[in-house]
Every structure is written in structure tokens, then in C-alpha cells.
Design a protein around this ligand. Structure first.
Ligand code: NAD
Length: 371
């Protein structure tokens, strides 16, 4: 490279930054753990950087793209979700942005599965009994019981990468699966899972034959013991089937009073005020959340109500927070590796410089040649 390519990263993504430096890039990393102010991002972009590494905390819109006119060539997002990036603005300014799909799929899916088990088997309140010296005796049902996961019916809302990976975990627990996805039904996958269920039953591994099928949304909610949400955040106008407040009062009331809700997708998919009411008034049995309408969860959030603490698990947007998933520099294993590869592809003109062929670029539509 003749002139050093300049990159600003809004957070430290570990060894992958060194990988870029060893390739000759001039990389500046925002040195604090909290997100930089948007004004600083705009200032850095205005200073003429070629690439910007962002994550889900950074609002990236026309103001940022305008600041980078003529210089900014790529935004590499360290996350699979990209609801913080205004896609229409990126397209208008013809700036490609990439994400880190696939490499966090299994980590996020297993975390959702663990959250489901932790919630239903009341592991958090149970540990509190031990720690707070309230474990006085062994008793058949006191002070409380949990609910089994094995053999139950789970609704998977959104059968993209993470939803399907979540279903794979459910198979080992003999679960029946109600799938719902208005835009992508993977019938080949469903057929394969059914074949595995059939084999497990035929070979005597399960007493009941587990089943899996696509159903309409309301049927999924009505029939499920657990509901696990794996949709992107899509606001009105961004999709024919937006997901903003998909779980509102009306839809929460469709769930069984014994059912549990798990959300590792994005916070605004759930109307938190309605959910807090649902938990207080026992419309549903419990909820485990990793993501919130406002992050970090505000001190006055109704979800922090002590009256629902036994049935409301609150995780700090942690589902992809596993060592290899977050930090591996291998683009096939880690978000860090995939993030910098997305950036390198654009800045070094890989794939013959054809952005539509670059695997990690999201908004390929802005670069398609007119036919
Ligand atoms: P994906 O695009 O592969 O799958 C999302 C699926 O949701 C798609 O099949 C889509 O058709 C479907 N969908 C869209 N609108 C829907 C609706 N109204 N109802 C039901 N389904 C709908 O994405 P993915 O890789 O599986 O990731 C899903 C989301 O999970 C990401 O967008 C991100 O927001 C979130 N996520 C969170 C964490 C975390 O740390 N908690 C980690 C990774 C991903």
C-alpha cells in the first residue's frame, strides 16, 4: 500500500487491531470501554479516515456519512444486528457496511437455551436460598418448584441463523418446535430435524416422538411452553412485518400463563412496560432477557421490580460474549476476525473490487449494476 489506510475503531476489538496494523494500516482505537460520543465519531470521519469500525452502540446515519463524503469507504460493524446503522442513508451515500453474521450464531443460540433453562428451573432464586442461608430443609415442593424443559413445546420466532441453531439445541432435549418466520421458512431444515426426531424415537432414545412445524404467529404463541425470539429489530417502514414491539400487550396475552419468554434479539422487540405488567399480573410465568429497550437497563426500569425478580432474569447483552466468538482473529470463528476482514475486503478491493461479491457486506443492493 502506498498511502497508509486510516481506520478509526469505536471500541477495542483485541488482537484483530494488531492484525490490521501489521498489514500497514494506521488504526486509532477509542481507548475507553464506554461508547464515544457521536460528535467524536463524526469528527474522526471528517478527518478523512478510510474505514470505520463500529458496534451496536454507535448511531451511524446521514450525519456520519456526510462527514465522510469522498473519503470514508467502509463501515465494518462488530455485530450481526445492524439496527444502529441507517441502511437507507448508507445506500444514499453509497457506503458499504459489513456485519459479523454466522460466527456468533452458536454462542448466541446456546446462551438463549441456557437462559431458558435457568429461568424455568429457577436456578437464580434457588442459588439465593443457599447464599442467603434460607435453605433449611429438603421438601417435596417448598419453597418453590421449577418447570422442566425436556419434552416441552418451544416457539421459535425468527428462523434465521440463530433461530435454527437454537432449534438444534432443543432437539437434544426432546422438544417439540413451533416455528414462525414471515419471510424465511426453511422446510429442508425442518424435514431434517423431523428425521432426527424420528430416528431418536425409533432407536428408543425418546418415549414420545418429538415434532417440528411452521405455524402462524398466534398459533405459535398459543401453543408454546417457551417462546424464544430471534428476529432482527425492524421498525415500521423497514419491513412489511416489523418487529418493533412485536411482543406487546395483545400478543403477550396470547401466551399460556405457564409459558416463559426468552429474548436475545433486540430490546425494542418487546414492549417492556407490557412485559413488566404481564409478569406482575401473571399473564405469563416468566421472562429471561438479554437485551432492552434502553441499554444499560435504567435504574427505574419496571423490569427491576423486586416483586417479579424470581421470574425475570436480566442479562447484560451478553449472549455472544464468549471468548472465541468475540475475539478470534479467524474470520470463520470470531467477530473480530470477520469484522476486520469485511473492512479489508472493501479497502483492498478484494473480489475484483466488486462489493456485491463481498461476503460480509450487508447493503449489496446499493452497488448492484443496473440490468
Ligand atoms: P437472521 O437475519 O439470520 O435471522 C432473522 C430472521 O428473523 C430472518 O429469517 C427473518 O426472516 C426473521 N424475521 C424478520 N421479521 C420477522 C418477524 N416479524 N417475525 C418473525 N421473524 C421475522 O439473523 P440472526 O443472525 O439469526 O440474528 C437475529 C438477531 O439476533 C440479530 O439481528 C440481532 O439483533 C440479534 N442478536 C443478538 C445477540 C446478543 O448478543 N443478544 C447476538 C447476536 C444476534
Amino acid at each position: 500500500m502506498n498511502k497508509k489506510l486510516r481506520v478509526f475503531a469505536t471500541c477495542d476489538i483485541g488482537e484483530a487491531i494488531e492484525l490490521l496494523r501489521r498489514r500497514g494500516y494506521d488504526v486509532e482505537v477509542y481507548p475507553h470501554p464506554e461508547p464515544p460520543a457521536k460528535s467524536l465519531i463524526v469528527e474522526k470521519v471528517k478527518s478523512g479516515i478510510d474505514g470505520l469500525i463500529t458496534t451496536l452502540r454507535d448511531p451511524i446515519d446521514a450525519e456520519v456519512f456526510e462527514a465522510g463524503q469522498g473519503t470514508l469507504k467502509v463501515v465494518a460493524q462488530y455485530a450481526v444486528g445492524f439496527d444502529n446503522i441507517n441502511r437507507a442513508d448508507a445506500n444514499r451515500y453509497k457506503i458499504p457496511f459489513s456485519n459479523t453474521a454466522d460466527v456468533l450464531t452458536e454462542a448466541t443460540a446456546e446462551f438463549a437455551f441456557f437462559m431458558m433453562g435457568t429461568l424455568a428451573r429457577k436456578m437464580w432464586p434457588a442459588e439465593h436460598l443457599t447464599r442467603e442461608l434460607k435453605w433449611g430443609y429438603w421438601h417435596p415442593y417448598l419453597p418453590f418448584l421449577g418447570d422442566e424443559v425436556t419434552g416441552k413445546t418451544v416457539a421459535v420466532i425468527g428462523t434465521g441463523r440463530i433461530g435454527l441453531a437454537f432449534i438444534k439445541k432443543c432437539v437434544g432435549f426432546d422438544m417439540n418446535v413451533l416455528c414462525y418466520d414471515p419471510a424465511y421458512e426453511n422446510h429442508e431444515f425442518v424435514k431434517t430435524i423431523q428425521e432426527i426426531n424420528d430416528l431418536r424415537h425409533a432407536r428408543g432414545l425418546t418415549k414420545e416422538k418429538a415434532w417440528i412445524k411452521y405455524v402462524p404467529f398466534e398459533e405459535a404463541l398459543r401453543g408454546a411452553d417457551f417462546v424464544s425470539v430471534h428476529v432482527p429489530l425492524l421498525r415500521a417502514g423497514e419491513s412489511a412485518t416489523p418487529t418493533y414491539h412485536l411482543f406487546n400487550e395483545k400478543n403477550l396475552r396470547l401466551m399460556k400463563p405457564t409459558a416463559y419468554l426468552v429474548n436475545t434479539s433486540r430490546g425494542p422487540v418487546i414492549d417492556e412496560a407490557a412485559l413488566a405488567r404481564a409478569l406482575r399480573e401473571n399473564w405469563i410465568a416468566g421472562a429471561a432477557l438479554d437485551v432492552y429497550e434502553k441499554e444499560p437497563l435504567p435504574v427505574d426500569s419496571p423490569l427491576r421490580d423486586a416483586a417479579i425478580a424470581d421470574r425475570c432474569r436480566l442479562m447484560p447483552h451478553f449472549a455472544s460474549a464468549a471468548r472465541i466468538t468475540r475475539l478470534s482473529t479467524d474470520p470463520d470463528k470470531g467477530m473480530a476476525g470477520r469484522c476486520v476482514q469485511g473492512l479489508i475486503d472493501v479497502l483492498e478491493g478484494n473480489y475484483g473490487g466488486d462489493i456485491t461479491k463481498m461476503p460480509y457486506v450487508v447493503n449489496k443492493e446499493a452497488f448492484a449494476k443496473p440490468t
